[in-house]
Design a protein around this ligand. Structure first.
Ligand code: IPM
Ligand code: MG
Length: 367
């Protein structure tokens, strides 16, 4: 069988720095686990705009459709803030999600024991936290038509449309129920059925799908209450299923509970390809962090854990994924901390590269 293929789109800001550490882990898998990845690289976001005048070239889009998985770093930065909306770096990312049809965005929020003091919540509220947010990623207000800014009665009007078909709600719900089956069998669906018709449909469709998953305990929550519950008592949740916009917000909120946005990976999955693997893109939840770009301060863990998710969800390498996750846990337990993980008691942070090397060393020691 051909080697598994990866397309790396490191993007902007700290994207390339954290991706350099991931490349070491990819090579390690080739040297130590006998799985050699065919890796190609290309541009996305501002980096693509600088070269091609668009945040994602058509040729890059074609490549993304062909590979087994895409690894993305981050997009955006102040240099691109004033660009026309249609060529902003974020449009490159949204094009990938839409054209690859990556409807199920998995955003786990796990609190490592060594970091429970770093959460904005009391340690006992987050110790052992392990929740999975499934965010619908290809529809809703991010893509709904009509949209735009137009003039009405001499006044500018901004329009976006929240739109969901039952098929869109259903396929994401199935992904969420399947995950719940492999976890604690609890699913909480979040919408605003009290004010939005799309929320009423969401609740109805998720309830219909639940008939196929009688073992999963389904609950419904308004998304605003969900946000409150996430910061009040996050351990009540196992899997959360929610729409594109609410998922964007709730996943940042959940991420912060774990101590740092620099820790959280994500997987965006679509339909199975001819080889049985799902269309897939893996990216850290954090952004391009222009304030620390090029300073060696970025935490590469979110990006490395995103590659671990690729091992698990694209390449059926669950053992290797666990090895990477354990290596991360080990270095944190041993006290390795990048700048974002400096608690009030201070200490000396290690660099992006040092964190990557520590994780490799832990992998090596465990193997
Ligand atoms: C995310 C990001 C993106 C989003 C931006 C960069 C377009 O915030 O992945 O959560 O809004 O989806
Ligand atoms: Mg976001």
């Amino acid at each position: 069988m051909a080697n598994p293929s990866l397309l790396i789109l490191a993007g902007d800001g700290i994207g390339p720095e954290v991706m350099d550490e991931v490349k070491k882990v990819i090579s390690w898998m080739g040297d130590n686990r006998g799985v050699t990845f065919d890796v190609s690289e290309d541009l996305v976001g501002g980096a693509a705009y600088d070269k091609h005048g668009v945040p994602l070239a058509d040729a890059t889009m074609d490549k993304a459709q062909e590979v087994d998985a895409v690894l993305l770093g981050a997009v955006g930065g102040p240099a691109y803030d004033d660009l026309d909306f249609s060529v902003k770096p974020e449009r490159g990312l949204l094009r990938l999600r839409k054209e690859m049809d990556l409807f199920a965005n998995l955003r786990p929020a796990q609190c490592f024991d060594a970091l429970s003091d770093f959460s904005s919540l009391k340690p006992e509220l987050v110790a052992g936290l392990d929740i999975m947010i499934v965010r619908e990623l290809t529809s809703g207000v991010y893509f709904g038509e009509p949209r735009g800014i137009h003039i009405e009665d001499n006044m500018r009007v901004g329009v976006n449309t929240q739109r969901y078909t039952e098929a869109e709600i259903e396929r994401g719900a199935r992904a969420a129920f399947e995950l719940a089956m492999k976890r604690d069998k609890k699913l909480c669906s979040m919408e605003k059925a009290n004010v939005m018709e799309s929320g009423i449909l969401w609740r109805d469709v998720v309830t219909e799908v639940s008939a196929d998953y009688p073992q999963v305990e389904l609950s419904h929550m308004y998304a605003d209450n969900g946000a409150m519950q996430l910061v009040r008592a996050p351990k009540q949740f196992d899997v959360i299923y929610t729409d594109n916009l609410f998922g964007d917000i709730l996943s940042d909120c959940a991420a912060m509970l774990t101590g740092s946005l620099g820790m959280l990976p994500s997987a965006s999955l679509g339909l199975p390809m001819a080889n049985g693997r799902p269309k897939a893109m893996y990216e850290p939840v954090h952004g391009s962090a222009p304030d620390i770009t090029g300073m060696g301060k970025a935490n590469p863990i979110a990006c490395i854990l995103s590659f671990a998710m690729a091992l698990r969800y694209s390449f059926d390498m669950g053992d290797e994924a666990t090895m990477v996750e354990n290596a991360v846990e080990k270095v944190l337990a041993d006290g390795a901390r990048t700048a974002d993980l400096m608690g009030p008691e201070g200490g000396t942070p290690i660099s992006t590269t040092q964190m990557g090397d520590a994780i490799l060393a832990a992998l090596g020691a465990a193997a």
